[in-house]
Design a binder for this molecule. Sequence first.
Ligand code: ATP
Ligand code: MN
Length: 479
Amino acid sequence: MFNTRVKVKALLATEPKNQEVTVMGWVRHFRNNQFIALNDGSTNNTLQIVVALGAFDDSLLKRITPGAALKVVGELIPSLGKGQKVEVKAHSVEILGDCNPEQYPLQLKNKPTLEYLREIAHLRFRTNTFGAVFRVRHALAFAIHKFYNEKGFVYLHTPVITASDAEGAGEMFRVSTLPFDNPPRKDDGTIDFSEDFFGRATNLTVSGQLEGELGAMAFSEIYTFGPTFRAENSNTARHLAEFWMIEPEMAFYDLEDNMDLAESFIRYLIQYVMEHNREDLEFLAQRLAEEEKQKPQAERSEMGLIEKLEFVVNNRFERISYTEAIDILLQSPAYKKKKFQYEVKWGIDMQSEHERYLVEKHFKKPVIVTGYPRDIKAFYMRQNDDGRTVAAMDILVPGIGEIVGGSQREERLEKLENRMKEMHIPVEEMWWYLDTRRFGSVPHAGFGLGFERMMLFITGMTNIRDVIAFPRAPKSAEF
Ligand code: ATP
Ligand code: MN
């Protein structure tokens, strides 16, 4: 029934020769009982369908309302109106699905806010903003695989359910089939997870890195791309409880190689989208420009979205050490005028306000910070000779802050074991991880790029809940 249809995007690029075409989609609006704007999600542009006056029953015309689904057969002709090259002169119009205009929440009368659209996330794909966002998301996911495939990396699927805690922080969602009301207990009163489904306590993964390292020790270069889960109770515009992460892990890489890969990866993704999603990016740039107009002058960004993306493609990222970063902050006018809410001194875990000062005010471009204090970083990061820093690197970008977190890994068994003991990480349970350091250990490195943070950067959207289809955040799991 549907296989002869041509998508709107293709029809808009077709030479009109009065050929008969079949098109299906949803009505955006219907003007003067004559002009239907039809959209099928292949582009934000609509195809104009002309229904000649008097050619169709009133009862049918009444059912052509915003949101209704139609099948139209007609002739593709040059458009007489402005704004489009082609239109379809309808021979037949079939209503595939009615849409009650009294109840349809997406009437165009008032422009819906992003907050309102979040409440109707099941319908928001039908708006121009979310049409553009999710076509870009698709393209970006595709480009990620393309990038690593071209480099010969193996795509490794790491588990979603794990018994290990990669970060050593208690921010995990428990996975259990034990009864909540009356779980089996040990003599000391604690829950007896040996009776649980897996015979032990398990969680949703916070990162695929540890398993990724196992793959890198055989394939040399792997990447993961999947959902990760963090039960952190941070109700921010940059955190989700369920988000997607790309985690490459490479043997025979040091920190420098790691940074080079991350930088070229980010550039590649931006370039891919600029080349393949121009129309959607231009729409998003326009949207952002309008949003910026609402802000006071001082808070507006100096560059438009596309200008910013071009700048990132054409300029190398700044590379500084954590120690240098702290010095810059301590010398900054913002610090001297007590503008920072959080304390600044060597040893702090930089807050978003610090990261954003560095990239937005000081360097005005992406920055890679290396050599963080070991006490604020994970156990697996390679210890530097100074005894107080590790070979970590975070990439910070304007408007967002941290987008990538990575490091060279500690490949020396003894150093790794000692650090784990210091940090109270159960060494016995991690026997499989430590085995890689026993059987042919090599220098290796990797990083994690937050997919939704990258989406924010590329689309210019400002809330992370607007770049994932069905956001999961504290007190929010609808749809
Ligand atoms: P942040 O300090 O912003 O919470 P993090 O240090 O916890 O980040 P990592 O553990 O290094 O982040 O994770 C790697 C990447 O995953 C981050 O650089 C970021 O892009 C992304 N990321 C981390 N937590 C979240 C989250 N809750 N929601 C969305 N993306 C996230
Ligand atoms: Mn975090």
